[in-house]
Design a protein around this ligand. Structure first.
Ligand code: PLP
Length: 504
């Protein structure tokens, strides 16, 4: 069977053992997206019958993951608990709730979260938000000395990461133009950084470098970095290694503990589906989380009082051992592990959404999910390759020609779910407008990239097929000067029900 047909995509979906996971999510319908209101009628959303409406093609889980069906149920239980129990909600078990008392909501999420990033439970904390966690981690792990004070990052790091790093350097009264070492692609034709290039960059700067902070998966290109190789190499040169896993957590299989990563931080609203701005996650390797009790010898004048040794950090009451948390004694005794880096009592609304998300992840494993993801994204790449070939042929015949190129690495192990499509200059607005009008949700990153991410928990082969079909039409319209900048776009394409590859 031709793989670029709806029949093929549907068949793949019916054979894949994880397709059923999609039913755990609320997929916006095309009508939902087009409406200016939340509801088609005055009825509450769940009674209003959206399920009859055609689902959108949502390929934007790299930016904002979709809502699990459990989220509403758990949120309602949280709100009901607050309404019915007030402050007792902190401590008392409730028999008809799926949730634990608020005092334990963060701990309750930790074992499952640890599995997703390949960590021991003690190495993971559910806390704060991504950029805040990067700051907290750097406060503890970036300890510049006269010899070693530089930080290696990417030239095109996500702005928040760049700002966070720059501000730490300034905070230590150092000069960012000297202390920030930016790795950029070898030549202007590539967007990605190869592992050998990163390793030789590390070699060139090791004696003066204190910290290396890179993304697990790059937000713009979708490139997945070789975390174990880069971590091992940098650490062997005495460099502390942190990873920003915003686009990696819940996307690729991670083994942070085994890979000996020093620290990591991530958000939960991308592939982890917890809703915009939801609580973040933090990894601190076991070797950094130890809390040692020491009794100094009497003759040293210590009076036999126990002393505690732990890694310096910015502290808050939620990181202090549970026995002392409510004792209000002002003696900070950190919880061993990542939990000792927490500051505040966590948002229960956030952690409730996280609980719902993790209960979906629990239905499978990261390995199985990644296996499905490699196939889905491979199908997307093959389909786009075929489209590119078709556009090349058109060029020979009648002009037009190739509208795009893929800037994401082609090897599955060098990317996650996302493929970044670089459009020919001037086409982005028109193509995005056509896609939106067709109920296809992807996102754009200036200057010219569309990011397309089949999320393996809820996207299907059919989604990928429909995307490429609509993208093909969107390119044609854009080349003809239709769409974009207020141009009118005809959508629906009802007569083109055949696979686009069959239409010549
Ligand atoms: C999404 C993302 C962020 C966002 O940070 P917040 O603090 O959650 O707003 C930061 N860095 C990277 C690399 C990201 O992809």
């Amino acid at each position: 069977m031709d793989i670029f047909t709806e029949a093929y995509a549907t068949q793949q979906d019916s054979q894949d053992p994880l397709t059923h996971l999609r039913s755990n999510f609320l997929i916006p319908s095309k009508a939902d997206l087009a409406r200016k209101t939340l509801h088609p009628s005055a009825a509450p959303r769940e009674e209003a019958g959206q399920q009859d409406e055609e689902a959108s093609i949502y390929l934007c889980g790299n930016s904002l993951g979709l809502q699990p069906t459990l989220t509403r149920k758990y949120m309602q239980q949280y709100l009901d608990t607050w309404a019915a129990k007030g402050v007792y909600g902190h401590f008392k078990d409730i028999e008809d709730s799926s949730l634990v008392p608020w005092l334990h909501v963060d701990d309750d999420c930790v074992p499952e979260m640890a599995k997703i990033v390949g960590a021991l439970p003690d190495e993971v904390a559910v806390m704060q938000t991504l950029t805040a966690n990067l700051h907290l981690m750097m406060a503890s792990f970036y300890r510049p000395t006269k010899e070693r004070y530089k930080i290696i990052l990417e030239g095109k790091a996500f702005p928040s990461d760049h700002y966070a790093i720059e501000s730490h350097i300034r905070y230590h009264n150092l000069d960012p133009s000297e202390a920030m070492l930016l790795i950029s692609p070898d030549n202007s034709n590539t967007y990605t950084l190869s592992t050998p290039q990163i390793l030789s960059f590390i070699d060139a700067h090791a004696p003066t470098t204190a910290l290396l902070l890179l993304p697990g998966v790059q937000f713009y290109t979708g490139q997945s970095f070789d975390i174990p190789a880069i971590t091992a190499h940098a650490r062997s040169k005495g460099i502390t290694v942190g990873w920003d896993l915003a686009h990696a957590a819940g996307n690729v299989a991670l083994k942070l503990h085994d890979w000996d990563v020093d620290f990591a931080a991530w958000c939960t609203y991308k592939y982890l589906n917890c809703g915009p701005g939801a609580i973040g996650g933090c990894f601190v390797h076991e070797r950094h989380g130890k809390v040692k009790q020491k009794t100094p010898p009497k003759e040293s004048g210590g009076g036999g009082e126990p002393m505690i040794e732990y890694r310096p950090r910015l502290a808050g009451w939620w990181g202090s051992s549970k026995s002392s948390r409510f004792a209000m004694t002002n003696s900070f005794v950190p919880i061993p592990g990542a939990a000792g880096f927490q500051l505040s009592n966590p948002s229960v609304a956030d952690t409730t959404a996280l609980r719902a998300s993790l209960d979906v992840f629990k239905l499978t494993s990261m390995e199985a999910l990644r296996g499905r993801s490699v196939k889905l994204t491979g199908y997307l790449q093959e389909s786009l390759d075929r489209l590119a070939e078709e556009q090349d042929k058109e060029q020979e015949q009648e002009g037009g020609g190739r509208c795009f190129s893929i800037i994401t690495p082609r090897e599955p192990e060098q990317r996650g779910a996302q493929i970044s499509v670089l459009l020919k200059s001037g086409l982005l607005d028109a193509v995005m407008e056509s896609l939106e009008a067709a109920g296809v949700v992807v996102d754009e990153r200036r200057p010219g990239v569309i990011r397309v991410a089949p999320a393996p928990l809820y996207n299907t082969y059919k989604d990928v097929y429909m995307f490429v079909k609509e993208f093909r039409l969107a390119c044609q319209r854009a080349v003809r000067g239709e769409g974009g900048q207020g141009g009118s776009v005809m959508v629906g394409g009802g007569k083109e029900d055949k696979g686009w590859s069959e239409i010549k």
